[in-house]
Write a protein that binds this ligand. Sequence first.
Ligand SMILES: *[C@@H]1O[C@H](CO)[C@@H](O)[C@H](O)[C@H]1NC(C)=O
Ligand SMILES: *[C@@H]1O[C@H](CO)[C@@H](O)[C@H](O)[C@H]1NC(C)=O
Length: 231
Amino acid sequence: MDYKRGLLKTLMILLTTVQLFWPLVTSCRCAIKHPQQLFCTAQLVIVARVENITLNYVTGETGKDLYPVGSIESVTYHIKVQHVYRFERGRGRRRAIHRQTTINTPGSVYDCRVSLLQNTTYILTGHIRRGSLWVNSCGWVEDMAKLTYRQRTGLRSFYQDNCRCQVRCCTGSQCLHTTSARTNNQCMMDTGIFSCYTKYGICTYKRKNGQRGCVWKENPQIKQCLTVWGK
Ligand SMILES: *[C@@H]1O[C@H](CO)[C@@H](O)[C@H](O)[C@H]1NC(C)=O
Ligand SMILES: *[C@@H]1O[C@H](CO)[C@@H](O)[C@H](O)[C@H]1NC(C)=O
């Protein structure tokens, strides 16, 4: 009897644990990241227009345990590249990006699928896998028409010029400690108001407290945004 109860208890604990952690293993989760960070850490940063969309289904031959046959394994976007801001060339990797090319994304939202619209121009940060370009929803994927003026200037030069600077997320009073040696190459981004920083912030390397370091570039938009939020 005791043995059975023990087994039942173990089973219940196991079930609860699986339930608790199931969302973690099944859904796409991305840390909050600043566009400058996404720009500087991506293998690929392009502006491209989506011309056509192809859904790639899992067939009997390519079927894996993860995706049942008949489900969408990946989506291929046929794109026209308008600008290449960043492209890491490396041994065994593609040498150049053609004007007409394709970029892939996982077939499931749980694997961070990106949904792009036809005839729309996007900023895309991505990576290169086995010679193909890939993008997922943890990267910077945004309709170019929705970018702010500061994001456009960031893209043009400021992000690239300041890749030595890192944006670090903070909450509450953590955000006040911005002057130690450890944080000298970092700009702090308060996660409570991160959109002020992502929309208008550029973390630049300049003179700070008598030495050189990274600070948020001042501009009226970020000032106003922070004021609205009482910062
Ligand atoms: C778009 O893709 C479909 C399916 O791959 C293809 O049949 C069609 O010709 C493509 N259209 C253009 C304009 O490329
Ligand atoms: C995209 O543009 C093409 C060519 O101009 C047009 O035929 C097609 O209907 C458009 N698709 C969408 C979804 O707007």
